[in-house]
Ligand binder design. Structure first.
Ligand code: ZN
Length: 397
């Protein structure tokens, strides 16, 4: 089959077209058809970029793929009739999605060009999703260098430099220096942003850099030698800013601080919470020591062998402290349970003379408890009523 004529090459701003149907085959899923046309405005998934979306004769085009130059459109036909081969169809691409991709893609060229010119870094990976672009570079930058890069990239936007897409003849191409992502075919399409970048690329771009609107680096991930930048441009960058600005406004209200200092407010909360936790721990420890005196007095009167304590809330460190203090006295088994009948209990069980695994196994067998440990101490969790647990412990010989 002949290669599909790529209308988007020369007419990236067109949104509607008519074309002749060359072939229609059932798609891989029910209710879909794979359609090949003689020409198309639909940019296929290629070079790391997601395909255009839109409609064909009013039906949704959900995927566009290219193979050996032939572009296949997967159309959601539902129960509708398939197009006849040889007929003419009307296609319409989703302009908002396309233009967002053009803004993001051109913004990526500007950043990659600057990274190459200033630092000599190569673009070693590129992925344009429906929202953001990830860009892998062959070297790393620190935070200040990234801010500087972002400023410079936006100055290229303000300068409104022409973006030229062309297929140079072989002689002209041979004399050209350009960045090349992967091995490119015989017809090399070269995209030039004057004074900034020249790169082999097949995708639609904006006419002038001013149309990119805004370039933002929203995330940086350092790998061992490389760096992955996540960027977002144009209208998608505005959407991203609006979402984040809303979060910042909320944090600012919650912390009662101006937006510029909202993080200080969150830090203050974290410190306050850490301080409160420490206070609670100290109070619980004092409480545990007082409970211990009570328990020892009662146990002495009743001559108890084992000691089981149930409390609704205890810090894990206090729980272990409680158990260790109980182990200083001549009980056979001691256990401290924190929680409730409805939510279940976290427990520690210890013994100085016996194997704590014995009551531990009883908890597992009768109540499906989780946990384990060494003979001197086990810990875990169990969901059961305090009265049932006490009844079971009463049977320990
Ligand atoms: Zn490109």
């Amino acid at each position: 089959m002949n290669e599909t004529i790529r209308l988007y090459d020369d007419a990236p701003y067109e949104t509607e077209f008519d074309a002749q149907v060359l072939s229609v085959l059932p798609g891989s899923r029910e209710g879909t058809a794979d359609v090949v046309l003689d020409r198309t405005l639909f940019f296929p998934e290629e070079g790391g970029q997601t395909p255009d979306c839109g409609t064909m004769e009013g039906m949704t085009v959900e995927d566009v793929q290219i193979r050996n130059g032939v572009i296949t459109h997967t159309v959601l036909t539902g129960d509708g009739e398939l197009f006849a081969e040889g007929s003419t169809v009307h296609g319409r691409i989703d302009w908002e999605h396309r233009f967002g991709n053009m803004q993001n893609h051109t913004g990526e060229h500007i950043l990659s060009g600057l990274l190459h010119n200033i630092y000599g870094y190569e673009n070693v990976g590129f992925r344009l999703s429906d929202n953001t672009v990830t860009l892998d570079t062959s070297g790393q930058l620190d935070d200040e260098q990234i801010l500087d890069l972002e400023r410079r990239a936006n100055r290229v936007v303000f300068a409104n430099v022409p973006v030229i897409c062309e297929y140079p003849d072989p002689a002209a191409l041979a004399a050209m220096e350009y960045r090349s992502k992967k091995d490119v075919g015989p017809n090399v399409r070269v995209v030039t942003i004057e004074g900034v970048d020249r790169c082999a690329c097949c995708a639609p771009h904006v006419r002038r850099t001013g149309e990119v609107g805004l370039i933002r680096v929203i995330d940086v991930l350092h790998t061992r030698k490389d760096m992955r930048l996540t960027i977002v441009c144009g209208e998608r960058a505005i959407g991203d800013l609006q979402k984040k600005a809303q979060q910042l406004r909320e944090i600012s209200h919650m912390t009662n601080l101006p937006q510029e200092r909202a993080a200080d407010g969150v830090r203050h909360f974290q410190e306050e919470i850490a301080g409160l936790k420490e206070k609670i721990r100290a109070m619980q420890q004092r409480y545990a020591d007082m409970r211990l005196q009570e328990i020892l007095a009662q146990a002495g009167d009743n001559g108890l062998k084992d000691c089981w304590v149930f409390e609704d809330e205890l810090d894990p460190a206090v729980q272990r402290h409680f158990m260790n203090r109980l182990l200083e006295h001549p009980f056979r088994y001691v256990g401290v349970f924190a929680g409730s009948d409805t939510d279940g209990w976290n427990y520690v069980i210890g013994s100085r003379s016996q194997d704590s695994g014995i009551p531990g196994r009883l908890l597992k067998e009768q109540f499906g408890a989780r946990g384990g440990g060494k003979p001197v101490m086990i810990q875990g969790s169990v969901k059961a009523a305090e009265s049932d647990l006490m009844a079971a412990f009463g049977e320990l010989s």
